[in-house]
Design a protein around this ligand. Structure first.
Ligand SMILES: [Zn+2]
Ligand SMILES: [Zn+2]
Length: 175
């Protein structure tokens, strides 16, 4: 299993692999250590039955970084690449259109759309934490698709935390 997350200390993007057999995550840039919550990874056999650690495939119970229990599955597709392909295709088709080359124009437009669709279908899925945005790849099972309500809840929570931090008050004071 691979993880990509933003280091809380130095802010750099940390990408680590083989985290299912690790006890903590270490940032290679600033050496900040994130202790992984115990029991965050459950091991499942082919039928989904629980097995011992190291057997079967790892499944995520909660985020290893923050440690939120709410994660969603999405395609591991770089959005910029998808948009880039469309933009390049459109620019090329404008050139052929200016030259009155009708068939190449449509061939380019349909071709770039097809490449986008194929890329999307071929891309593996990854799991993303709602709260901290950490991404996980190479996992068994899939918890749930994206839920706007949960996303909004965590977004509001982040705003509140930022407001508390700006006001210099402790973040958790339920009175
Ligand atoms: Zn760091
Ligand atoms: Zn998280």
């Amino acid at each position: 299993m691979r993880i990509t997350y933003a280091c809380r200390t130095c802010g750099s993007t940390v990408a680590l692999s083989g985290v299912e057999s690790a006890a903590s995550l270490t940032c290679p840039r600033c050496s900040a250590v994130v202790e992984m919550p115990p029991g965050a990874i459950a091991w499942a056999g082919p039928g989904g039955e629980p097995v011992g650690a190291g057997e079967g495939e790892p499944r995520l119970r909660r985020c290893l970084v923050c440690p939120c229990t709410e994660l969603f599955t999405r395609k591991d597709f770089p959005q910029r690449l998808g948009v880039g392909i469309v933009v390049v295709g459109f620019a090329a088709s404008c050139v052929t259109w200016a030259w009155r080359l009708l068939v190449p124009t449509f061939a380019i437009l349909f071709g770039t759309a097809l490449v986008d669709v194929l890329l999307y279908l071929l891309m593996p899925e990854c799991q993303t934490c709602y709260r901290c945005g950490a991404r996980y790849r190479g996992l068994g099972g899939s918890p749930e698709g994206f839920d706007l309500e949960t996303h909004e809840k965590h977004r509001q929570q982040r705003i509140r935390l930022a407001e508390h931090a700006a006001a210099g008050r402790p973040p958790a004071s339920p009175t």
